[in-house]
Design a protein around this ligand. Sequence first.
Ligand SMILES: Cc1ncc(COP(=O)(O)O)c(C=O)c1O
Length: 401
Amino acid sequence: MLFSGLDQLPPDVILGIAQAYRADSSPLKIDLGIGIYKDDQGLSPVLPSVKAAEKWLIDHQASKSYLSSAGSPEFNTKIAELLFGSDYEAEYDGRIRSVQTPGGSGALRLVADFLRTNSPTSKIWLPNPSWATHQPIFAAGGLTIQRYPYYDLPSGRLLFDEMIGALRAAQPNDVVVLHGCCHNPTGEDLEPSHWSIIADLLRHKGATPLIDLAYQGFGDGLNEDAYSIRLFAKQLPELFVASSCSKNFSLYRDRVGALTTIAQSRAASITLQEHIAKAIRANYSMPPDHGASVVAHILGHPELRILWEHELEAMRTRIAAMRVLFARELTKYSNRDYSSIARQKGMFSMLNLTPDAISCLKEEHHIFMISTGRINVAGLTRENVSRVASSIAAIQPHTAI
Ligand SMILES: Cc1ncc(COP(=O)(O)O)c(C=O)c1O
């Protein structure tokens, strides 16, 4: 029988934490596990800009007939502008094309499908560590995965020299995945000088970068967080960008993202898009419309766009403030240097805790985090940050440092 002979799978790490959190009846419980932005009340509300755009859509959307496999043309133009600036067509000589995808995950899977069909011997290079879902997405695409060193947890240090050393083994047509900003899970980002060295190396090797930009606007700002893609598009012949509107528009469940490609010439870009369209048709036919139409409306409406940029800025500055506060409280309670947490960007950082310590935080202190030690800094609030820091300090004999 097809269904009864299946092996039982190990529980999903992140969903397992979410379930354990829900099952804990303590009023003191704190969720630092699941990767969503939360405000200082611990909530993840629909943004007012999104609500306004949804109202507008209900009143004005005239048809729900099929779109093309590339999704909404307005969305695709607005996303390319967000990534590369409003003058992107002229500035990059027509080499840039975006297609709407079901979230950033859909864009990544599309790259995997495209490579399996057109370049099955391309290896995928992932940072160690990386977002836990990168590996299964590219493995499901049937591709060989290699790891390059990225971050040393005990010292809280970026392993840039080691990363470059490993990437020297990249072959022509290999694809190197880089987090454009707000590295998940470490929060440790690359500096402009690093990006230039990587661009030189990839050009020399003939390898293609895939920049995963899931947090544009959560690091230093909308333009600042696009630094690497604008540099690479100028300096390299080819580039993939998988971007997401899940976090910066708080549209997680509406599945809004884009795959943007930069080819060597306008003509190559048009042919590439035909292959991308073919991969989409064989996969999910076309992306869901609602969230993308909301984003397109906000980005095309001057007042809503200003409102959204303020909302995004509020999320970014709250996370940065929590980082500073958390690092200060941790240092106060433990007498150790936690300045790396204040320096890092985006929602995630990693704590160097043993599995025992992580389970003790859960069982005795009602503080939930993923078993790798990744914490969602946005789960901290002015009310709970001190308790989280003092609880971590209290179990420090358990830490692996
Ligand atoms: C690094 C990274 N890439 C891609 C994604 C995919 O986001 P989504 O598919 O929800 O748009 C995430 C989500 O957490 C992420 O952290």
